[in-house]
Design a protein around this ligand. Sequence first.
Ligand code: HEM
Length: 493
Amino acid sequence: MLGSLVLVWIFICLLFLFIKIQRPKNFPPGPRPVPIFGNVFQLNISNPLKDFERIAERYGNVYSLYFGGRPAVILTGFKAVKEALVTKAADFSGRPQNVLVSHITEGKGIAFVDYGPYWKEQRRFALMSLRNFGLGKQSMEDRILGEIQHLVVCMDKSVGGFMNPDTLFHEAASNIIYLVLFGIRYEYGDETLKQYVTSFVESTKIANGFWGMIYDTFPALRGLPLPFRKAITHFDIVKNINANMVSKHKPSRVPGEPKNFVDCYLDELEKQKENDGSSFTEGQLVRTIMDLHAAGTDTTSNTLRTAFLYLITHPDIQEKCQREIDEALKGKAHASFEDRHDMPYTQAVIHESLRIAKTVPLSVPHCTTRDTELMGYSIPKDTLVFPNLASVLSEEGQWKFPHEFNPVNFLNDQGQFEKPEAFLPFSAGPRVCLGEGLARMELFLILVTLLRRFQFFWPEDAGEPDFTPVYGITLTPKPYRMGIRRRQAAKDM
Ligand code: HEM
């Protein structure tokens, strides 16, 4: 027994010593991978961002790593990311297929669907519907302002005390998406929503963690009852909740008079009934709902949590915003998105929050759609590509203050709002975030309304703030509490 173990051990050592993984000809360079595991031992899997920076310093802004046997290209800095996602958009806008995420989403929805006519048709339709063409009389802005009223009522209860904003921001962001999709919202703390969030979080945690990597790297293990199967079970729970919501919603709909995204989609489904090649199906609708809800909830709420973390630890910046907001909204009952043009400083603070939050640090993984070239390197079709957006958002030479929270990053010498080219929290090119417009409107209206009404502060007994976020497909600030007082301006309103 011992003898065979020693033999296996010797075999593994020889494998590591003599079998070299050969990078394809003229492929981007990178650290030497070991057989079976690739470069995973050279990365801190719980947060590889620092390792990605270190490797870029040695190998340049376009380098490669192996995840198991699968090569991936990492793009660092504005020039490399822009050249791939914008200049060579068609070559770099695919999504990896035959991986856990693409299997659990069954190739439907938008975010994980490969580049092609099916994805284009669904994305275009979703964009048009979200841009108000199908939201009936109640605009996107009205829906956001409506949800903010609930947020304010809830925060009012904490005046004079402290609160942890995590769940509240998450539920508000979730409700805004549901108001756009179905015209409904859940009460904060609702049980269905809790079950939804728990199952969704479990499913993504598995798909983006160690077991997701095992599934993607070793196809031979996929049939085994390993924890990656739980990702599928949890995903099915989320899918069933949304499918039930669609069924319940149908009787309230008046065909031809859409009031929300689901109405629009069902109208389109009827129009396309006779078209055999149509990509519109009820299954596709459910997946799109899931994509929009998933992509629009954590991202927006984590950005809000980051913004408030910096505002409560930088009271001078908070006060400057409040003075500007009071002046711009004098005599108005509430803010509107148009008011942003009168608030250059507040706009700069919101953009700086998006920059420092680096909410989706490595974007959503891309994939090459054909053999291509980038900055002198050859990259074959179907290569995994990670645009390191975090590196762009703190790249030296692109920002006046790349490593600190400073709204001056978005102000010119005259104090006017100005957006540098390297501002890519929503990525770029054909896959650029589909909800960018909605997210910007939400962030502006929520921040302005709350700052106008309340003063937020860091609790004296809370010790030093910890700004290091928790790594995941989205970066999440560590939980914190904030103190709340009602502002005099709000008492006078
Ligand atoms: C994709 C960021 C909010 C829907 C993305 C991507 C990023 C991103 C970096 C990947 C783009 C790429 O693949 O290159 C953000 C940030 C947000 C936010 C920072 C908030 C602060 C939203 C909202 C929605 C949404 C509110 C929903 C309405 C989507 C969808 C995709 C996407 C559907 C996939 C697009 C595609 O594959 O064609 N987002 N997002 N996002 N986002 Fe957002």
